[in-house]
Design a protein around this ligand. Structure first.
Ligand code: ZN
Length: 136
């Protein structure tokens, strides 16, 4: 289902890892509502800002998939409240991260994961923290 100009809901739970291990990564209705908010509140504004396609590495993760990818037990991906994406390489991800930091977007967390290997952006069901982190 198309949610915004550039994003479809299903893109946020399709997972090669889930397929490989036969994991059904279909989110609950609540998680689908969260994913819709991730698209409209952060992903589409970021896509509009950057003007280039964003490759989604990981959106929603069911508990089994989260274990497989060694996600944190409290990961926002478990609730459909976060998305990991890349523009294709670290150089472009770093430049994008700086533009996102400067755009005045409301988010819970914006994380540079492993020297810009990918970017994590998340929202929350509690007040957004506007937290910016760099993980090495
Ligand atoms: Zn993430």
């Amino acid at each position: 289902m198309k949610i915004s100009k550039n994003f479809e809901l299903e893109e946020f739970w399709k997972s090669p890892t889930a397929s490989k291990y036969g994991i059904d990564n279909t989110p609950s209705e609540v998680a689908q509502v969260h994913i819709t908010k991730v698209i409209t509140e952060v992903m589409q504004p970021i896509r509009d800002l950057l003007g280039v396609p964003l490759i989604i590495n990981s959106g929603y993760r069911c508990p089994s998939l989260n274990v497989k990818v060694k996600g944190a037990a409290t990961s926002k991906h478990l609730q459909g409240l976060a998305c990991d994406f890349t523009l294709g390489d670290r150089v472009r991800n770093e430049a994008a991260f700086k533009k996102i930091e400067a755009m005045g977007l409301k988010f819970d967390q914006l994380i540079d994961e492993y020297d810009y290997t990918w970017i994590h952006v998340g929202i929350s069901t509690t007040p957004y923290r506007q937290q910016i982190l760099h993980l090495k």
